[in-house]
Design a protein around this ligand. Structure first.
Ligand code: CO
Length: 481
C-alpha cells in the first residue's frame, strides 16, 4: 500500500475519522499485544473522548460539543485490557429523548423563547457533558469540562456515578472553570481557577481536597478572558489572560452560544497575573503581545523570575477551525503555533519573550510531570494532530526545548492522541519512563495503545483495542503501585 499522506486522508474523507468513528460501549476485553509492555508498567490510562455529534436530523456544530465517552486501557502482568463507556449525563439523555440539544454547551445553544432567556439569568440550563479531561480527587475520579459540572465515575467499570460536588463552585452556578486542575503532590490538593460572572465578575483560585476547599486568591475583572489552563509553581499561581474577552451581560442575555460571546481584542495584549500561593496576594500584571493559549506547558521559578511556557497561536482562529464543517474542508489552512517562553521579573517586567519551538501545528503538550512539573526541564511531548501540509501525517513529537528540535513518531494513516508520560518506578532523570498515546489506525478503523520509550522515543509495544477510539482531548495514567 502506498504511504497515506494527510492530504490523501482528507481527500478520502478519512480526516473525518478524528471525530466520526463507529464506537460503542465495550465490556472489558483483552487486547492483542505486539512487542511488549514494560514489566513495571501497572495501572490504567483513562481517556475522555468526544463522539456522537449527530442529533436529530443534524449535528452539533463544534468538536467541543461531542458527547463524552470514557476509555480505559489497563496494563499489568504484561497484558492489557480495554473498556469503554459513554458518560451518562442529562445532556446525553435529553439529546436522545428530544432529538435536539436542550442544554447550553461550548458552541451550541438551545433555541429559547424570550421568557426562557430571561429565566436563564437565574437558573442556567448548562450542559453536564464533561468531555475534556479526567482528574482524581481523593478516591473520586471526575470527568471534567469547563462548565462547573464535574461527573464522578467508577474507574474500573467506567459507570457514571453522578454530578459531583467535589470541586467548587456548586454545579450549575454561572461560572467558567478549567478542565485542567493541577495537583500539588505535597498537600494532596487540586489547584484550579474559575471565573464567576456577574455585575462584578471575578477570577478565583481554589485549592481543593476531598474533604475541604480553600480559596487562595480572587481578582475583580470587567471583561473576563477565555482561559483554558494555567501555570503553577511552588510559589505562584499564574493566570494568562487571552485577549479573547467577554462582556458578562452578553453571556447573561444568552443570545449566542457561550464561546460566540467572546471577542478577540489583540490591542489588550496578553496579560499575566501572578498570585502568591501562601498569602493570596496579587503580585501584579505583566503585559505583552497578544497570543492565544489553550495549554500551558510548564512554569517554574528561576531566582526572582517566573518562567512561563505555553503553546500559543497568533490568534484564536483555532477555535473556528474546530467546527466540524471546517474540519471537513481540507482546503482550509491549519493554524501554526509555537512554544512561547515568557520570563516575568518583579515590577511587571517581561524580561524575555522567546520562541522555543515552532513552524508546525501541534497541541496537547504534556511533560514528565514527576521530574519536570514546576522545575527547569528540557522536553515537552505533543501531538501534531492538525496536519498542515502535503505529505504530513499526524505525528507524536518529543520537543527538545533547549535545542529547538523534535524527535518524531509518525506512520502512514495513523492518528495519535495526546501523549501521556508514565514514570518508571526508579526514575531519576527527565524521560525515565514511557510515553502512552491512543492511536487511531485509519486503515483498519481500530485503535491501539502505543508505548514509546521516554528517552529514545521509539516504539516498545502496542495493544490493540477491539474498536476505534474517537478523538480524545485529555487523560492521565493512574498507577496502581
Ligand atoms: Co485542554
Amino acid at each position: 500500500m502506498p504511504p497515506t499522506t494527510t492530504d490523501s486522508l482528507a481527500r478520502e474523507g478519512r480526516l473525518r475519522s478524528i471525530y466520526d468513528v463507529r464506537t460503542a460501549d465495550t465490556p472489558r476485553t483483552a487486547c492483542q499485544v505486539e512487542g511488549a509492555m514494560p514489566p513495571w508498567l501497572t495501572g490504567t490510562l483513562l481517556r475522555n473522548s468526544v463522539t456522537r455529534f449527530d442529533v436529530g436530523a443534524g449535528r452539533v456544530p463544534h468538536l467541543f460539543d461531542g458527547l463524552a465517552m470514557l476509555h480505559a486501557f489497563t496494563v499489568g502482568d504484561g497484558g492489557v485490557t480495554y473498556t469503554a463507556r459513554m458518560l451518562d449525563t442529562a445532556d446525553r439523555r435529553s439529546r436522545a429523548a428530544e432529538d435536539r440539544v436542550t442544554l447550553a454547551g461550548f458552541a451550541v445553544d438551545p433555541c429559547r423563547s424570550r421568557f426562557q432567556r430571561f429565566m436563564q439569568l437565574f437558573k442556567p440550563a448548562l450542559s453536564d457533558n464533561a468531555n475534556v479531561n479526567i482528574a482524581r480527587l481523593g478516591d473520586e475520579f471526575l470527568a471534567l469540562t469547563e462548565l462547573p459540572m464535574p461527573i464522578a465515575f467508577d474507574p474500573e467499570t467506567l459507570e457514571t456515578l453522578g454530578v459531583s460536588h467535589a470541586l467548587p463552585p456548586s454545579p450549575g452556578k454561572v461560572a467558567h472553570t478549567t478542565a485542567h486542575p493541577l495537583p500539588d503532590a505535597a498537600t494532596g490538593e487540586l489547584v484550579h481557577y474559575m471565573t464567576r460572572f456577574g455585575p462584578r465578575s471575578q477570577y478565583e483560585v481554589h485549592a481543593t481536597r476531598a474533604d475541604s476547599n480553600r480559596r487562595l486568591a480572587k481578582l475583580g475583572v470587567r471583561e473576563p478572558s477565555y482561559m483554558h489552563s494555567f501555570g503553577l509553581t511552588d510559589r505562584h499561581v499564574v493566570l494568562h489572560e487571552n485577549a479573547l474577552v467577554v462582556n458578562p451581560l452578553d453571556l447573561a442575555r444568552a443570545r449566542a452560544p457561550f464561546i460566540q460571546n467572546y471577542r478577540w481584542k489583540p490591542e489588550l495584549g496578553s496579560r499575566l497575573h501572578l498570585f502568591d500561593r501562601a498569602t493570596g496576594e496579587h503580585r501584579g500584571v505583566w503585559e505583552t503581545d497578544a497570543a492565544f493559549c489553550f495549554h500551558h506547558v510548564n512554569t517554574f521559578e528561576d531566582g526572582d523570575e517566573t518562567v512561563v511556557d505555553m503553546v500559543v497561536f497568533d490568534d484564536p482562529t483555532i477555535i473556528d477551525e474546530l467546527y466540524l464543517d471546517h474540519l471537513d474542508d481540507d482546503t482550509r489552512i491549519r493554524p501554526q503555533n509555537r512554544v512561547r517562553r515568557l520570563r516575568l521579573a518583579p515590577g511587571g517586567k517581561v524580561v524575555a519573550d522567546e520562541t522555543l519551538y515552532g513552524g508546525e501545528s501541534f497541541e496537547l503538550p504534556r511533560i514528565d510531570d514527576a521530574q519536570a512539573a514546576g522545575r527547569p526541564y528540557r522536553y515537552t511531548f505533543a501531538t501534531g494532530f492538525l496536519p498542515d501540509g502535503p505529505g504530513a501525517d499526524p505525528s507524536l513529537l518529543r520537543i527538545d526545548l533547549e535545542r529547538g528540535e523534535a524527535a518524531r513518531w509518525q506512520a502512514a494513516g495513523q492518528i495519535p492522541g495526546e501523549p501521556v508520560f508514565a514514570s518508571a518506578p526508579d526514575a531519576r532523570e527527565e524521560g525515565d519512563g514511557v510515553v502512552l498515546s491512543v492511536v487511531l489506525d485509519t486503515t483498519s478503523d481500530r485503535s491501539y495503545l502505543l508505548v514509546l520509550d521516554g528517552r529514545t522515543f521509539e516504539e516498545i509495544g502496542r495493544a490493540w483495542a477491539p474498536q476505534a477510539v474517537p478523538l480524545s482531548f485529555h487523560g492521565s495514567f493512574f498507577s496502581t503501585d
